[in-house]
Design a protein around this ligand. Structure first.
Ligand SMILES: [Zn+2]
Length: 414
């Protein structure tokens, strides 16, 4: 999914979030996943079978709703000769807006960001979203490295797949073999060799990971002994990569086996890594904020200005940002003014007059504040990271900084 932009990904995630909230009155919401190589005529045949089967559904209302959903699916797939490149995913069902009788047929047809691998037909009181959610998880790439005195192996982890990128050996002899030279001199030579080795590891990792840095969600270091910590503490990794180090874990093995050990230890809970990644970002922002001439900015207006100037490196948006951005316009002269409001009733109370002709300004367009920021970020090639409120740092971003913050590319004076 490397060619999917952060905006597309964000919109896709948003659609999934909306879909996840929808519930049917009965088990009558239909989800169909069609892999790209599946014959649509087979899908049609299966749908007609299901239509026949649905005659056995006891509740009259549910039966009727399932049957109309299947009819809609049959109509929809008729528009295709074959599934698109990544397949087709359909969600169809009657969604209630309020009490009984308020149900409306809703239909969502998605071309997923990655190929559908398994054919699914599911009928439930909610949509079946797991395969799509899994695709998004897959997007996250982590760097992994296992380092000790003698060798270093580094890899990427995407979903549950690891790819070994490189393996280095030090040739540093063990500490015990004193040889013919004096022990102290020998130790110094060894220390220098060890330093050279860490430097070499850093160079190789920088070369391998820097081109991936925008996709790299984090780096996990592991290995037996203290070398991995020495590697982290010394500035062997380029600073942007060093900032991405999420955790350092102890392993018994090195090499490929060590990589798998690190993954097993941390992949138990990749969600934890997500959380760590988010905490890390907010902490980075706060670290910049308290520095003199730090690269940090927060608050809606200030961040918007910096974003438009192209000064924002990473935009941090709270997932719980619910404000809306509204454009109001003078109906006579077209003068526009923008407002951010918490909800519609707040927008309805806006009673501003045109500075030119004194007419009351009318609302002409509205979008989520989040969408506005994501669009501007996209235009400026700025990374957007969404921060949940699950952590203390995430809550801080929302409460203390209004849910909008930025790590800047360069210092901006106000
Ligand atoms: Zn006017």
């Amino acid at each position: 999914m490397a060619d999917v932009s952060s905006k597309e990904l964000y919109e896709f995630k948003k659609t999934l979030k909306d879909l996840a909230e929808k519930r049917g009155r009965g088990t009558e919401l239909v989800s169909v996943y069609i892999p790209p190589d599946k014959q649509l005529s087979d899908v049609g045949k299966h749908m007609r079978d299901e239509l026949g089967q649905s005659a056995n559904i006891k509740s009259k209302q549910t039966r009727k709703n399932v049957q109309s959903a299947i009819e809609v699916i049959l109509q929809s797939i008729r528009l295709y000769k074959q599934p698109p490149e990544t397949g087709l995913v359909l969600f169809v069902g009657m969604i209630p807006k309020g009490g009984p009788g308020t149900e409306k047929m809703e239909k969502y047809i998605l071309e997923p960001p990655e190929p559908v691998t398994t054919y699914w037909y599911k009928c439930n009181n909610e949509f079946f979203l797991e395969p799509l959610e899994y695709m998004i998880e897959e997007h996250d790439v982590y760097g992994v490295a296992v380092i000790d005195r003698n060798e270093a192996t580094y890899a990427t982890l995407k979903g549950k797949r690891e790819t070994i990128l490189g393996h280095l050996t030090s040739g540093v002899p063990g500490k015990h073999k004193a040889g013919g030279q004096s022990q102290r001199r020998f130790d110094r030579v060894i220390e220098d060799l060890a330093h050279q080795f860490l430097k070499r590891i850093g160079e190789h990792m920088n070369e391998a990971f820097l081109p991936l840095k925008d996709d790299l969600k984090g780096i996990i270091l592991g290995g037996p002994g203290f070398t991995k910590k020495d590697f982290y503490d010394g500035d062997y990794l380029q600073y942007e990569l060093k900032d991405k180090v999420l955790t350092i874990v102890d392993t018994s093995y090195t090499g490929e086996e060590g990589i798998r050990e690190v993954i097993a230890k941390s992949a138990d809970d990749l969600e934890n890594l997500d959380v760590m990644f988010e905490k890390n970002l907010v902490q980075r922002f706060i670290k910049e904020l308290i520095k003199e001439k730090g690269l940090a900015s927060y608050g809606e207006d200030e961040v918007r200005n910096n974003l438009i100037m192209g000064a924002v490196d990473v935009l941090l948006l709270s997932e719980d940002l619910t404000s809306m951005r509204k454009v109001f316009e003078c109906q006579s002269c077209g003068t526009q003014k923008e407002f951010t409001v918490k909800n519609q009733s707040e927008a309805d109370k806006i009673n501003e007059r045109c500075p030119n002709c004194n007419e009351i300004l009318k609302e002409t367009s509205s979008q989520d504040l989040t969408d506005e920021f994501v669009e501007k970020a996209e235009e400026m090639n700025t990374d957007v990271e969404f921060i949940s409120s699950e952590t203390e740092e995430g809550m801080q971003l929302l409460r203390a900084f209004g849910g909008v913050a930025a790590i800047l590319r360069y210092y901006v004076d106000y």
